[in-house]
Design a protein around this ligand. Structure first.
Ligand code: HEM
Length: 408
């Protein structure tokens, strides 16, 4: 792994938060700490990548922006990649970039697929897949946990939810990865765009097929769904499938990989979990806080407003950083301590307000299942070789994590 250099707070204006390499090359811990204390709503100036934008780092301001649907919109994008273009082609049609009453109705429709009863079958399969993959990794002795275990778990789950045929799943995984992050610095916006188009075409085909055949999965539900008495357009069906696969795969995967890395580097905490001294419930929340896989998202101001005492003008971009809000010392005691017994744990890993993660319940089941399986099958987790970080501005975490999972 490229060793990350610690950026001193005074160098904040020399780093570009819209550049994926920033997060591979630099450790921003001191920058976030400094910003929370001295400049909690910081202005990152314009660059060749696009206009300047606000950088919100404190927990309270993060929540204030997320719940303020009067002064902010998601329809012009919700991550820097689209916000800097000042448009999202899916705005008003894909759940996460839709505002107002249409968002509420679309969310209600999709929520049916995430009801605990609907998730029962998916959960049972998830448990079996997790157990098989962790079991095989334990038998092998050494494994790249990111590539050989975590890569397959959330994708299998979301594909079960969407009833994606088994033979298409490896292609879907490759395309999903290319869409928002990358394992290499050579990844271009064009690669991401091509991958996104291929995914959309794939779901267009699937939805067309499902419309004509009896199915009970999410794709079929969207294809047969109505809002205000009208069916969803083909675009809406496709884009919302895309939202689920994109929202549901890499995020959960990164939190699982981050969990295993944290267990290897905090053996005392791992032992406490393994020996039942802490509950899996509090451990899952701490893993989510610690890893904060969606490191930022954002909004565009629709009116002149104020965030954390800072005037924000209509049209300006406001980004909120969960990697910082989840280390806010005014909310979390010893925020830089990985404490699996932490309670309360009001982390914002799933966002806040009307766009609060639709898949949070499922994501928690996924991480819970992983932790329970590790507890049962593994005695120690040891790092073996260098880890690799993903190239992304919106997500953070590892694309490769060689470890030994030593059996109990
Ligand atoms: C929304 C994070 C897992 C589907 C969000 C948002 C965050 C987030 C921060 C809010 C974005 C915004 O306000 O602009 C995460 C994390 C996950 C995870 C950290 C795993 C650890 C999942 C899963 C699914 C999913 C498993 C689905 C299978 C969605 C959807 C939205 C969303 C559809 C849009 C909700 C809306 O706009 O109403 N997620 N997510 N996520 N997430 Fe997740």
């Amino acid at each position: 792994m490229t060793t990350r250099t610690l950026v001193a707070p005074e160098d904040i204006d020399r780093i570009d938060l819209a550049d994926p390499s920033t997060f591979v090359e630099h450790d921003l811990t001191e920058v976030w700490r400094h910003l929370r204390q001295h400049d909690p709503v910081h202005w990152q100036p314009e660059s060749a990548r696009g206009p300047g934008f606000w950088v919100v780092t404190k927990h309270a301001d993060f929540n204030a922006v997320c719940r303020d649907t009067t002064n902010f919109t998601s329809e012009r994008g919700n991550v820097l990649d689209t916000l800097l273009q000042q448009a999202d082609s899916a705005g008003g049609r894909m759940l996460v970039v839709t505002d107002g009453p249409r968002h509420v109705k679309l969310r209600k429709l999709l929520l049916k697929a995430f009801a605990p009863r609907a998730l029962h079958v998916v959960t049972e399969r998830l448990k079996a897949v997790t157990r098989r993959l962790v079991g095989e990794a334990v038998e092998r002795g050494e494994t790249d946990f990111a590539k050989e275990v975590a890569a397959h778990i959330p994708l299998a789950t979301i594909c079960d939810l969407l009833a994606v045929p088994e033979e298409d799943r490896m292609d879907i995984l490759a395309l999903t990865k290319q869409t928002i992050s990358s394992e290499s610095a050579d990844h271009t916006a064009m690669d991401g765009w091509m991958a996104k188009n291929q995914l959309l075409l794939y779901f267009a085909d699937l939805a067309r097929h499902r419309k004509d055949t009896p199915h009970a999965d999410v794709v079929a539900m969207l294809a047969g769904g109505e809002i205000d008495g009208l069916p969803l357009s083909e675009d809406e069906i496709i884009l919302n499938c895309y939202n689920l696969i994109l929202g549901g795969d890499e995020t959960s995967r990164l939190s699982m990989i981050g969990a295993v890395e944290a267990f290897a580097t905090h053996p005392g905490q791992w032992r406490a979990l393994r020996d039942g001294e802490v509950t899996v419930r509090t451990a899952v929340e701490e893993v989510l806080r610690w890893t904060s896989p969606t490191q930022h998202f954002g909004r565009t101001a629709t009116h002149d407003t104020v965030v954390g005492g800072q005037a924000v003008a209509a049209g300006e971009i406001v980004t909120v950083w969960s990697v910082s809000a989840n280390r806010d010392e005014s909310v979390f005691e010893l925020p830089y301590t990985f404490d699996l017994a932490r309670s309360p744990n009001n982390h914002v890993a799933f966002g806040y307000g009307p766009h609060f993660c639709l898949g949070a319940y499922l994501a928690r089941i996924e991480v819970t299942t992983l932790l329970e399986t590790l507890r049962e099958l593994v005695s120690t987790v040891e790092l073996r070789g260098p880890a690799e970080r993903i190239y992304s501005t919106s997500l953070t975490g590892l694309s490769s994590l060689p470890v030994a999972l030593v059996p109990t």
